[in-house]
Design a protein around this ligand. Structure first.
Ligand code: GLP
Length: 241
């Protein structure tokens, strides 16, 4: 695991955007795995800025998001589909049909999960997966005790995750109780993983991840067995290591 330390959130975002853009220049038709949450927002803004300066084309890039809430309409401001459009897709030259997010409003969620898993595989797998981490070590929406061999599946969100994400909603009652997420084995199949961590609040999680023990109680610990993981974190998030 490589660790790149940035002084602050802005520098982390610049470094992450540069990292991703470099890969796209190298492989313009890459399959890019994307994450939501506040951590990658600055990275996406930097990617947009770079695009506006005509430096990068997304015409041949395909994207695959990690997860989506179950039951939120796609134009609900808190759906991850909406989040991605607002914060990245609407500002770069990516074709809508090249952007993939699990459909949380599908009538048959189990079927949707299988279809999403198959789609990723049929498109050749993910070249670079961007990840954030939850305070309890969740990646995507894989909560503690999710089997490491899990594929894309429906999850019941931990109360702590609903509480952490309630800040985006009017109240905790509005936060969906379930989500679809790529499984841990789906994430692990990515050829490369870029984990972004920022702020004091994540330092415990980073510390636990780097203690090296693989444990289903702490989903992110599975990254210790992947061959190509880079962490870009700011000083505060990396303080405990
Ligand atoms: C959500 C997302 C995760 C994300 C996590 C951390 O639960 N499903 O993919 O990594 O939140 O979010 P933040 O970056 O806002 O701390």
């Amino acid at each position: 695991m490589r660790i790149i330390e940035a002084n602050n959130y802005q520098e982390m975002s610049n470094l992450a955007a540069e990292y991703i853009i470099k890969k796209i220049h190298h492989t313009p038709q890459m399959n890019l795995g994307l994450a939501t949450g506040s951590t990658p927002l600055g990275t996406y803004s930097e990617m947009i800025e770079d695009y506006e300066e005509n430096r990068t084309s997304y015409a041949h890039v395909r994207t695959f998001n990690l997860d989506e809430y179950v039951g939120l309409e796609i134009n609900h401001p808190n759906s991850y589909k909406y989040f991605m459009k607002e914060n990245l897709f609407d500002h770069i030259n990516i074709a809508e049909e090249h952007t993939h997010i699990p459909n949380g409003t599908a009538s048959n969620i189990e079927k949707e999960c299988q279809a999403y898993e198959d789609l990723i595989e049929n498109q050749g797998g993910i070249d670079l997966q961007i990840l954030g981490i939850g305070n309890n070590g969740h990646i995507g929406f894989n909560e503690p005790r999710t089997p490491f061999e899990s594929k894309t599946h429906k999850v019941k969100l931990a109360e702590s995750t609903r509480m952490a994400n309630a800040r985006f909603f009017n109240s905790i009652q509005e936060v969906p109780t379930h989500a679809i997420t790529m499984g841990i084995s789906t994430i692990l199949k990515s050829k490369e993983i870029l984990l972004l961590v920022s702020g004091e609040g994540k330092s415990e999680a980073v510390k636990q991840l780097l203690n090296g023990q693989k444990n289903e109680n702490f989903p992110a610990s599975v990254l210790n067995i992947h061959q190509n993981v880079t962490i870009i974190g700011d000083k505060k998030a990396l303080a405990g290591i």
